[in-house]
Design a protein around this ligand. Structure first.
Ligand code: DNO
Ligand code: MN
Length: 405
């Protein structure tokens, strides 16, 4: 057999990573290594949004990770400043800083940089300790809880119009039944900022921040997103870095803010408008999966070469706009079909795609510990182990069946 033929049949597996929030993360690098990951995905979380990531700071963090027997080639996230999203007057200076950071990252061997384009709030949940039948705790999102906060606690002008009458009624009943502590807890859960978020608000600050988005509808935000990519993709290409956009979570507008990376069509449009190879996707099955009209395995197949990073997790829909995070192979994501598509894509392109189990349940010894919601270790270790096993089984079955690469 010719050497090339032999190489073609070598399975190409995903690169297994876990997110690490840096030296302050309660989960140490050694435990991430024991979970079987070969790399961490991280950011210089200590730097304010908009600051240049210096060559030295990146190199030092990389050295720390390497000393623990792991590697760092994927950044999550290099945050996009709100003034870039709104197209404010000082955006040129912010774009310059972004380009400089990309150059420094590329020079340090970072090849993939995640970002998102969600206004103000990064990912949003309404319950961080939803009890699963087995006693583990999951993250949950409930539209009625958002309405309760929006209408009765935030008191955003015009909020009521964004909710169906039945949701308004449910919110009014719920608000009346809540004591001060419950109201405070709901407020903090929604706007204090989940792990990885850049912003943390009080309700008064959040109302003021919403004002900056007045007049910015979905078309404007889309245009600003395209302008951002056109401004930074050449620098990314020159640095050997691929930008990958994380989808909106949840993938529909909340608090009257537009969201423009919610569907397959949204990302296909983005790739058509900015064809640069540096314009890529972080395919998050949990975020896209919070809409039943997103066909996840089909998205892997059709968006294939644009996918630079995978977040694998599954949500269980309870009803419209109400979901909780299920175990990785449960819920509505069709994870086996998704991973089968990834296996086919990796084989066809001879490319190992970085993957992380995105979130996990708080379980076993992590229960009762201070953890980053969604990012305690044991639930993610379970997710990674299940996904790794699924991929190995699929690759082996493919080889047994003699599927061509
Ligand atoms: C949601 C998760 C989030 C994500 C942030 C930052 O699906 O992946 O934890 O990391 O939105 O990109
Ligand atoms: Mn994700």
């Amino acid at each position: 057999m010719a050497r090339a033929d032999r190489e073609d049949h070598t399975p190409v597996l995903m690169t297994q990573t876990l997110r690490w929030f840096g030296p302050n993360d309660p989960v140490p690098l050694a435990h991430i290594r024991q979970a079987g990951a070969t790399e961490v995905v991280t950011a210089l979380h200590e730097l304010p949004n908009g600051a240049v990531w210096s060559h030295e700071a990146i190199a030092a963090r990389k050295a720390m990770i390497r000393a623990a027997g792991l590697d760092w080639t994927v950044v999550e996230s290099l945050p996009v400043h709100e003034h870039i999203k709104t197209g404010a007057a000082d955006r040129e200076a912010l774009l310059d800083a972004y380009r400089t950071s990309l150059a420094h990252l590329g020079a340090n061997g970072i090849t993939t940089v995640t970002y998102n384009f969600m206004p103000l709030l990064d990912w949003t949940r309404t319950d961080l300790a939803y009890a699963m039948p087995d006693g583990a705790r999951a993250l949950r999102f409930e539209w009625e809880a958002v309405a309760t906060y929006d209408i009765h606690l935030l008191r955003r002008p015009g909020a009521t119009d964004d909710y169906a009458p039945a949701v308004q009624d449910a919110a009014a009943r719920r608000f009346a039944a809540m004591d001060e502590a419950a109201r405070h807890r709901l407020e903090r859960t929604i706007i204090a900022g989940l792990p990885g978020s850049e912003e943390s608000f009080s309700s008064a600050q959040f109302l003021r921040a919403l004002d900056d988005y007045r007049g910015i509808d979905a078309d404007r935000l889309r245009a600003n997103h395209v302008a951002f990519l056109e401004a930074v993709c050449p620098a990314a290409e020159a640095a050997g870095v691929r930008l990958v956009v994380h989808p909106d979570d949840p993938p529909f507008p909340i608090f009257g803010l537009p969201r423009v990376v919610s569907t397959e069509r949204d990302v296909a449009d983005l790739f058509a408008r900015v064809p640069s190879r540096a314009n890529g996707l972080c395919l998050c099955t949990g975020s896209f999966g919070a809409r039943l009209d997103n066909d996840l395995p089909g998205m892997v197949r059709r968006l294939g070469s644009r996918i630079g990073f995978l977040h694998l997790r599954s949500v269980r829909h309870e009803r419209e706009r109400v979901f909780h995070e299920a175990a990785h192979l449960e819920g509505d994501a069709q994870m086996a079909a998704v991973v089968a598509e990834v296996v086919a894509l990796s084989a066809a392109e001879r490319r190992s795609i970085p993957m992380r189990p995105d979130h996990g349940h708080q379980m076993i010894d992590d229960l009762g510990k201070a953890t980053n919601p969604g990012y305690s270790l044991i639930g993610r270790l379970r997710g990674l182990a299940e996904l790794r096993g699924l991929e190995h089984g699929l690759v082996h079955a493919r080889q047994m069946l003699g599927a061509s690469a």
